[in-house]
Ligand binder design. Structure first.
Ligand SMILES: *Cc1c(COP(=O)(O)O)cnc(C)c1O
Length: 364
């Protein structure tokens, strides 16, 4: 089976973990500080705060900005559930705006109509590794004095007009094994504001300002030094991983572009897309349904996946909370998207994916 994702772990990571284990310094130590410094330098922000996951990065970012009870946060319903759930964790209300048909990202033109006197923040998600239209999003945020928290959990190293994802607002990253770089489990918050960084540091460690002095209700969202050591190795390889993803995506583009009913990814000229996922649309013009194509690919050993089959506002949890919005572009995308393997561990397999797709199409 050609997997949809595969962590790329080398001898460096194994050696780095061994060193940490032998050092006896296992959590929130020197390696974590070193990883934070290197990550901030990479993204181009003054600070980076390591946490236990992408979910806790989003949760703490909202709390660090003082968002909670009675506040509304506008986000996309076409994302992993963690984006919206983090807003619930903070006690605030997620408000969903529809996506742009081409990029699958939050459509800036749909944001303003959702703004009320209670709106405090926007959480754009750079879905599949393609940054959102950050000029428009930052313009709206300035106009209405809104906080911007970027969900960059799929966009390590991605750029908008030469500036890295996660450096426009408060950036949130995940290092889960399927992401562009991994630490096993882990996350990072990036910011230029010392106050936000300080609050996030306090909140991740039981609200401690100094040892056993607890200022606020905090959490245990710390990162281990084991994870940080892996992260330092992975960060060095990230640009190479992303180049490999982009090359694989270009090969898939070339091989799939002439197939009737399949739309290859639309990439804005303003961005550097890092292809966390390579996601096509299988439209009504294609000979069989999206789900039937997926079944055939799986039978041939290609793990084609759907991200995401059920939009967040239609999830049982959100239905129960009373959400019944109709967001046509999101709902259409959920019916049409199909992701093909694009990860950097693919070699010759990329040719197999293409030949299988072309053979399936020919046989229809
Ligand atoms: C992976 C992901 C998250 C959550 O990250 P975890 O590390 O799994 O908690 C949040 N948002 C998006 C868009 C993601 O892809």
């Amino acid at each position: 089976m050609i997997a949809i994702s595969s962590p790329f772990i080398g001898d460096e990571e194994i050696k780095a973990v061994e060193e940490v284990l032998r050092s006896g310094n296992l959590a929130q130590g020197r390696k974590v500080a070193e990883f934070e410094e290197a990550y901030a330098a990479y993204v181009g922000t003054k600070y980076a705060v390591a946490v236990s996951s992408g979910t806790t990065a989003l949760h703490l970012s909202l709390l660090a900005h003082g968002i909670g009870e009675g506040d509304e946060v506008i986000t996309t319903p076409f994302s992993f559930i963690a984006t919206a759930n983090a807003i619930l964790f903070a006690g605030a209300k997620p408000v969903f705006a529809d996506i742009d048909e081409k990029s699958f990202n939050l459509d800036p033109e749909k944001i303003e109509e959702k703004i009320t006197s209670k709106t405090k923040a926007l959480i754009p998600v750079h879905l599949y590794g393609q940054p959102c239209d950050m000029d428009r999003i930052m313009e709206i945020a300035r106009k209405y004095s809104l906080v911007v928290i970027e969900d960059a959990c799929q966009a390590h190293g991605a750029e908008y007009k030469g500036k890295k994802a996660g450096s426009f607002g408060t950036g949130c990253f995940s290092f889960y094994p399927t992401k562009n770089m991994t630490t096993g489990e882990g996350g990072m918050i990036t910011t230029d504001y010392p106050v936000i960084a300080a609050r996030a540091r306090m909140l991740r460690n039981h609200g401690q300002k100094e040892r056993y002095l607890h200022e606020v209700l905090g959490y245990n969202f710390r990162m281990t030094d084991i994870a940080a050591a892996i992260g330092l190795c992975q960060l060095k390889k990230l640009d190479h991983f992303n180049e490999q993803r982009r090359k694989n995506a270009e090969m898939l583009n070339q091989g799939l572009k002439d197939i009737k009913g399949i739309r290859t990814p639309c990439v804005s000229p303003a961005v550097k897309h890092v292809f966390h996922q390579y996601t096509i649309r299988v439209t009504g013009d294609f000979a069989i349904s999206r789900d039937a194509l997926r079944e055939k690919l799986i039978k041939e050993g290609i793990a084609a996946e759907i991200y995401y089959p059920l939009p967040i506002h239609h999830q049982p949890l959100y239905r129960r909370l009373g959400y019944n919005d109709h967001l046509p572009q999101t709902e259409k995308a959920a019916q049409e998207v199909l992701s093909l393997p694009v990860h950097p561990a693919l070699g010759e397999e990329i040719f197999k994916i293409l030949s299988v797709v072309r053979r399936i199409v020919k046989e229809l």
